[in-house]
Design a protein around this ligand. Structure first.
Ligand SMILES: [Zn+2]
Length: 461
């Protein structure tokens, strides 16, 4: 039985969705104003593993992923410039062009990483009517007040506000005394709708409450969930940095508007660091998928590296560790290829071995412990069947045993089998010069021979 760590209870709990045939999942998505980096993708990789484990357990996930193209201000709170406006200025484009461009970039990286497509890609600006209606509900229910720059959620009206993040509101008040000089009633209050001031340039604007404005950043997630999934959903996921503000605010506004909890289960992943440092633009240490590919790594190498650790642990990315993950992946690929070369139609089992499947899933059912699953995989490497490999591929999508690749391997096999036979014959007749020459030629193409248990295989170097 799958157990996950629920942030709401701070406990490992069995995950049992209301309807296993439609498991309602929402994962907070990117703000689409610059190229996504590895730190952004870590979360989507962890949630991809989750979706695949749910499928292996016989459930059918239905997942919504939002794309924030409006309202996310540079301070993450309610001040500063809209990130999309900032991107537009930087690149001399319109905000709409910026959003389109980086949505496409995000989706193409998503595909390269072979992540399961969400059932709904929800772009914030496509949900403006739903966002407005949520604000209206909050106003009607008495949870808001108006200031000169927007409509704010009054967090003192929602007594459970501090519960989710275990916030110390008193401490927040003392800490904020200096900076807290706006018209906000409480430091934790947040804008659900922002007004555009006369003279302020904000290209994305909608008329609402008698003047032009745009939604507050947190609003879209609650609005999209209400519109696409209906609360409470089975599982909501995001980064741990979302706990104290973003998710806390989502919970407050959904309850304020609809008097219902937002989600039954909350999953949060930890940060990814690069060479021991926090990823930040100012440090210039952003690594993208393109950077990785330029250095000769496959997207799946990064996946394998990430899954060697746990989603709740902070991870530290280094190029050396990535190289080690690439070697581990090649070792697995070669083990698969040995099976592939040996297989005939009569030896190709269509189902994975029940013991292997049960043990592998048992590891993953323990709060997605992929590191333990990998250790078990390593220890089973020489006994795995083609069907076992298909199972591994369906869970981790590491580009090992995919149908597309098999076409390539079949072609390689046809080309290499005669060479292999010639080389073995040369060795038998002690014509070592020919045998060596064949090996050297092949190695130039990144392929070599392996003699194991009286069988000769070809494999990748
Ligand atoms: Zn969100």
């Amino acid at each position: 039985m799958l157990k996950l760590y629920n942030t709401a209870s701070r406990q490992l709990e069995p995950f049992s969705p209301e309807n296993p045939e439609k498991v309602k999942i929402y994962t907070c998505g990117p703000t689409v104003y610059s190229s996504p980096h590895l730190g952004n993708f870590a979360a989507y990789l962890y949630w991809d593993l989750l979706l695949r484990v749910l499928k292996a357990e016989g459930m059918t996930p239905y997942r919504v992923l939002n794309l924030t193209d409006v309202g996310h201000l540079s301070s993450d709170a309610d001040s500063g410039e809209d990130k999309l406006e900032k991107g537009a200025k930087r690149e001399g484009k319109t905000v709409w062009e910026i959003a389109d461009f980086y949505i496409e970039k995000f989706k193409s990286d998503f595909k390269k990483l072979d992540l399961l497509e969400p059932e709904i890609w929800a772009r914030a600006t496509d949900y403006i009517p739903a966002s407005k209606s949520l604000v209206e509900k909050l106003i009607d229910n008495g949870y808001t007040y108006e200031t000169s720059d927007g409509v704010y959620f009054d967090t003192s009206k929602f007594p459970a506000y501090a519960d989710f993040a275990r916030l110390d509101l008193e401490h927040l008040k003392t800490g904020a005394r200096v900076a807290f000089s706006s018209e906000k009633r409480n430091p934790s209050d947040f804008a659900v709708w922002k007004f555009i001031q006369p003279g302020e340039s904000h290209a994305m604007r909608w008329d609402f409450l008698g003047r032009p404005g745009y939604p507050g950043w947190h609003l879209e997630c609650s609005a999209i969930i209400h519109e696409t999934l209906a609360e409470p959903i089975d599982l909501h996921a995001g980064g741990i940095d979302h706990i104290p503000v973003h998710h806390t605010n989502e919970i407050a506004q959904t309850f304020g508007a609809y008097q219902k909890p937002l989600a039954n289960f909350w999953l949060h992943c930890n940060f990814l660091k690069i060479n021991g440092e926090k990823i930040s633009k100012s440090l210039g240490n952003l690594v993208t998928l393109d950077d990785l590919e330029k250095k000769g790594f496959a997207p799946a190498d990064f996946k394998l590296w990430l899954y060697q650790g746990h989603y709740r642990s902070e991870r530290n990315f280094t190029w050396n560790d990535l190289a080690a993950a690439r070697s581990r992946r090649r070792k697995w690929l070669n083990a698969y290829l040995r099976q592939f070369q040996q297989a005939t139609s009569s030896t190709t089992a269509s189902e994975p071995s029940p013991d292997f499947r049960a043990t592998l899933l048992e590891k993953l059912d323990d709060d997605l412990n992929s590191a333990a699953a990998f250790a078990y995989l390593d220890s089973s490497l020489d006994t795995l069947t083609l069907a076992d490999w298909r199972l591994i591929e369906s869970l981790f999508a590491l580009d090992l045993a995919s149908a597309d690749r098999d076409t390539e391997y079949t072609a390689l096999n046809q080309r290499l089998t005669p060479l292999l036979e010639t080389r073995n014959l040369a060795r038998k007749t002690k014509d070592y010069a020919t045998a060596d020459c064949l090996r050297t030629d092949l190695e130039k193409q990144g392929i070599t021979f392996l003699d194991k248990n009286n069988i000769t295989y070809w494999q990748f170097l």
